[in-house]
Structures are given as C-alpha cells and as structure tokens.
Design a protein around this ligand. Structure first.
Ligand code: C2E
Ligand code: MG
Ligand code: MG
Length: 612
C-alpha cells in the first residue's frame, strides 16, 4: 500500500481508538483540568487528571494513556522534564504529547519539541478547538504506527528469508561488512562459518520442493536452537541501536539461499570457539531425524575464515570461507576446515591435475586397470573381480581414483574416462580370453555423473555389444546416485538389466535408501560399505551389518562385503551368511593376468573358524 494511502485512510476513517481514547491531562491549574475534562468527555474520550509532573509520570506508567496534555509551567517537575522522562520509557516513545506553553513562548515551543513534544498549544487555550486537535493528533499517531508496521514488514521482506525467518543473503553481506568494521575498531577477531548440506539434492529430489522446504525449516530451527544456547544473536544492522555497548560474544545464523547457512561469530575469545561451533553444527545435523516417515541422517561441510587473520574485507572473508568449504567437501564432506593459504594452492593444484588427467587419457600407460578378487565363501574360490582404475602420474606417482574420479566429473572428462575404462577392460579380457573362466563376474564402477548423463544408456549398450566377453559384467552404482531420482533410476536400471548387465549397489548403507524403493530396484548385489566392515567388533557395528545381511537375504540379493582386512571380520561375515568377501585380507587389486594365476587357490582357510 502506498504511504499516502495509509495516511489518508487512517485520518479519514474514524477509528475506534479516537472514540475510546484515554487522555492524561496534567496541569497544576484545576480550572484548566476541569475545562479540558469537559471538552474531551463531551466527545466520548476518557480523561485522567494529574495535578503535577510526578503524578503524571505515575499515571502514565500505570494507565498507558493514548495522548498526554501537558502544561509546561509547573512547580518542581516542569512539563519539559516530564516530557523527556516519558520519552525515555519504552512505551513512551510514540505516545502523542501536546504541550501547553505560555503565550509569549517561541523559545519554550522549541524547548518543548527538543524534549520530545508532538504538538503545542499556547495559553489561553481555545477550548472549542481542543477536542478536534486531540482527535487529529490521535489519528496521525495511528497512521504513524501503521506506517511503522509497514516499514517493519518491508524490512522483513528485504532482509529476511521468508521460509526460515533467518536473515537472507543481503542481510548477511550487510551484517558481515558492518561487523568487520566494528571488529576492526575493537580489535576482536570475527569468524565466518559457511555451512553447506551434503548431497542435499539427493534428499531434495525424492522429497519434492514443498517437503524439502519444510525440512530446511526444521534444520534451520534445530541449528538456531543449539547456537542460541551458546550465545545470543547480534544486533540487527537495520535497526538503530547503541553499538558501543556491545562486547560479549554473539552468534548469528543466516540463510543466504538453498541448502546453505552462514554463521557470523562476533567478539569471540579465540579460534577454538569456532571449532566448538563447527562441531556443534555437525553434531546437530548428524543426529538421526524422522521427517514425515523418512529416516534421515544429514551432514554438512563447513568452511571457516577468520578476520583479521584471513582478510579485513567482507569479500575476502567470504571467498576464503568458500575455499575452505570446497576443501572440506573434497576431503570427504561431513567435516569442517579452517582456511589456510595452502588451500588456495590446492585449488591451483587441482586445475593442473585436471590438465594432467587430460594428457593421461591420451598417453598409453599412465592409466591402467587392476582387478580385485572377490571370494565366494561357499567354495573358497574367486568368483568375480572388481575392476579399479589406477593413475600413475609421471611426477606425482600413484593417484587414487577416489581423488581423480571426482576431478574428472568436475572437468567434464568423465565420459572420456568412462569410455577409456570400458575399452581397457575389454582389451584386458580379450588378451586373456583363453584362460578366463566364464563364471567370473567382472564388476565395473560407474561414476555418479555418468549415470545421470542423457546419452548414458545408449553409450553403455554400445560398450556392452563391443565387449566380446563371455563373462557377466556387473555395474556398480552408489546408493546416493540411484536414490537421487528414484523413479528415473528405476527405468534406467531396468534398461540396463535388459541390455544384459548385472547391477550392484556400491557402498551400501551410507546413502539414503528408502527400503520401499530398494525392493523394486532390479539389482543383483549389495556391496556393504567398507566403513561398516571396519566397524565390526562392537555391538552397534555388528548389528548394522547383521541388519544389512538380513535385508539382502529377505530381498534375495547377493551380498559382497568390501574392505575385509581381518580374520575376525571375515569370520563374522561368513557366520552371518555373507556370500562374497572382498578385501586386502584375501587379495589386493592386481593385474588381470595375476588373477588368472590364482583362480585355483582355495581361500577358505582365511575365513573359516578353526574348529575348537
Ligand atoms: P569402491 O568402488 O568402493 O572401491 C573399493 C575401494 O576399496 C578400492 O579403492 C579398493 O582398492 C579399496 N579396497 C579394497 N579392499 C580394501 C581393504 O581391505 N581395505 C581398504 N582400506 N580398502 C580396500 P580404490 O581403487 O582406491 O577406489 C576408490 C574408489 O574410486 C572406488 O570405490 C570407486 O568409487 C572409485 N573408482 C575406482 N575405480 C573406478 C573406475 O574404474 N571407475 C569409476 N567410475 N570409479 C572408480
Ligand atoms: Mg566399487
Ligand atoms: Mg565401495
């Protein structure tokens, strides 16, 4: 609503307030009080009388009148002092005050306005007009209140995120800039934490827009509650306050957009405080959450930068917190990282490595495949292999695919790498064709991005038809990828099965599988994530693995346990009917030729319990 409309509407429409308004009349002259009462009451207003300043203050505090008629010239506490005192109270900031000054009072009118008066009348009062003037003042006050409310609303729209009611990106930049200026003045460090929910898309897509929004609201409220218990929020820079008095720690949570949250920490003691806050954020998000019948575990990556150590300007602090955030994501998510200069170097190194990977794809021997045997616990023999890519960098030596596969995704090299892997596996198979038994399953990992590419199915079908192999080819997909768009995945998985591939869910247990989907997915195998195998030996670790094994049995799926490193793990898994074992205990990834050489080896002594 335009401002003029608010004003005229409010003045034109006789509001209930003017009819029932309570007016406090303060004058030491009883005649003035009497006449004022007569005039105002005849217009349906209620009148309270005070015969001096002290009484006026007491009545004001007690009765909250809607307007005050105040004589200036009173013994002891004069009208100016009363006016000032009222303005200093919280409720007294907006109440209209009409002062009555002596006739020759230009100076006294000025003084009245300085003390906070709204309007003045000179004595002798024209009683015929008093009631009308009072009404006008009341309506103007109402209009002013309406305007103020509207201003607050506009400010809320401009600076707050409507979903979570947290300050938005605009407010974040303002607050950071202002806080940095203050921090510089006080020489106190300031911390910025940038929080990004891990793989939120995987949760967002199956939930849909509306439910994801409600989830973000729940997350925001949870974070706000925990952070609020540590320290109060700082002042809103869009409200006038006395900033010089602010000295203790404040924590402000904001939502610049999407699944990101920012936290500004002012007046902290040292950077240890930021470690505590970051840990608290991760802990809060990691707590299992039941949301509309979905059991979710969220996690986030957090990047931290500190002023003045990492810069003085908002732009520098934001950039560095962002670099730290990327580093936290790259080193495996669900963690926090402080900015340091080596991280900026890392970003540069990453770019160089991308260029090197491009070269490696063209060069004959920097990339190669190794095959890790998988042991069938029933026979003790190798029943399959997982093909794993290796990069031997000319200067840096071996680089893990866990590191360069995401790099290939980020730089658009992933289809090329995927093609290269299929071709190389084919070459390896062809070169050993005579000695490869047909029962040997060969597993190939697919990168998450590959699976979501538009031409993915066509390319793979061509690849399979080119593979002149008698061996079953099993494609490994991670759980998160399949779940990110479960309906679309279902179609693709069916197509892949039709094309003749077997399918495995890799790293099972780490993602967000909804069991209702799992039973519909046409997969053959679940691969229990290494982390769960590593965690065997304690009650909770054991029960998770037992639950996955029971689930696989119920759904009639094969199970491969990955990362089996100890005999105890192998014993446990075999005892609970895990069909296939894979891990360093049994065999490391080796060239396919070497796999062929150990096809007759019986591995069962490694996992069978000694008879005691
Ligand atoms: P993954 O598919 O879960 O592969 C299993 C990883 O565990 C392999 O690491 C393997 O060497 C390692 N591993 C096997 N046994 C043990 C054990 O007993 N203990 C421990 N600690 N580790 C064990 P690798 O080869 O470094 O691969 C890491 C990840 O990189 C793979 O995880 C996969 O996601 C990706 N990757 C590997 N090769 C390829 C590939 O050819 N294509 C694609 N797209 N991704 C690949
Ligand atoms: Mg795998
Ligand atoms: Mg795995």
């Amino acid at each position: 609503m335009p401002l003029e409309t608010v004003l005229t509407d409010s003045i034109n429409n006789a509001t209930p307030l003017t009819a029932t308004a309570t007016i406090l009349v303060c004058d030491d002259d009883p005649t003035v009080r009497l006449l004022a009462r007569e005039c105002l009451e005849s217009d349906s207003m209620k009148v309270l009388e005070a015969k001096n300043g002290e009484e006026a203050l007491a009545l004001f505090a007690q009765c909250q009148p809607d307007l005050i008629f105040l004589d200036v010239d009173m013994p002891r506490l004069n009208g100016f002092a009363v006016c000032k005192a009222i303005r200093q109270t919280e409720k007294g900031q907006t109440v209209p005050i009409l002062i009555a000054t002596g006739a020759n009072g230009n100076r006294s009118i000025d003084q009245g306005f300085e003390a906070g008066a709204t309007q003045y009348k000179t004595k002798p009062i024209n009683w015929a007009l008093l009631s009308r003037d009072v009404k006008y003042m009341l309506r103007a006050a109402e209009a002013f209140a309406a305007l103020k409310a509207q201003q607050v609303q506009l400010r809320t729209l401009a600076y707050y995120d409507p979903l979570t009611s947290l300050p938005n990106r605009r407010s974040f930049v303002d607050q950071l800039t202002q806080s940095l200026n203050e921090a510089a003045g006080h020489q106190r460090p300031l911390g910025l934490l940038m929080v990004d929910l891990d793989h939120f898309k995987r949760i967002h897509d199956p939930l849909g827009e509306a439910l994801s929004d409600s989830l973000l609201k729940v997350v925001a409220a949870g974070l706000q509650e925990r952070l609020g218990a540590l320290a109060p929020r700082g002042p809103d820079p869009h409200e006038a306050i006395n900033r010089s008095e602010l000295g203790s720690m404040t924590i402000d949570l904001m939502r610049p957009g999407g699944d990101e949250f920012n936290i500004i920490v002012r007046n902290m003691k040292d950077s240890q405080t930021l470690t505590q806050i970051a840990s608290l954020v991760l802990e809060t998000l990691n707590a299992p959450l039941t949301f509309r019948d979905n059991h979710l575990v969220l996690s986030a990556s957090v990047g931290i930068a500190i002023a003045p150590e990492h810069g003085l300007e908002a732009e520098a602090i934001i950039r560095r917190a962002n670099i730290a955030l990327s580093a936290a994501k790259l080193s495996g998510r669900n963690r926090y990282r402080f900015y340091d200069d080596t991280l900026a170097d890392d970003a540069e190194r990453k770019l160089r490595l991308e260029a090197d990977l491009r070269d490696a794809l063209e060069s004959p021997d920097q990339l190669f495949m190794v095959y890790q045997p998988q042991i069938d616990t029933a026979s003790g023999l190798i029943s399959g292999v997982e093909a794993l890519v290796r990069w031997s960098h000319p200067e840096l030596g071996p680089i893990s695919p866990a590191l360069f596969a995401p790099l290939a995704e980020g730089s658009g090299l992933i289809s090329q790498l995927g093609d290269w892997i299929f071709k190389r596996v084919d070459t390896d198979i062809q070169s050993l064709k005579e000695s490869l038994p047909s029962y040997l399953t060969i597993s190939i990992n697919l990168s998450p991005l590959q699976f979501t590419q538009a031409n993915f199915l066509e390319t793979l079908k061509v690849r399979l038809s080119e593979l002149q192999s008698n061996n079953a080819i099993e494609l490994e997909l991670t759980e998160g990828v399949i779940m990110s768009d479960a309906d679309d995945s279902l179609l693709k998985l069916h197509e892949l099965r039709k094309a003749g591939f077997r399918l495995a869910i890799d790293d099972f247990g780490t993602g967000y599988s909804s069991l209702s989907y799992l039973k519909d997915f046409p997969v053959n195998t679940l691969k229990i994530d290494q982390a769960f195998v590593a965690n065997l030996g304690n009650d909770s670790g054991n029960s998770i693995v037992r639950a996955i094994l029971a689930l696989a049995e119920a759904l009639d799926l094969d199970v491969v346990a990955e990362g089996v490193e100890t005999q105890e793990q192998a014993h446990f898994l075999t005892r609970h009917h895990c069909k296939i074992l894979q891990g360093f205990l049994l065999a490391k990834p080796i060239p396919l030729q070497e796999v062929v050489e150990i096809l007759d080896v019986d591995f069962s002594h490694m996992y069978r319990m000694a008879e005691t």
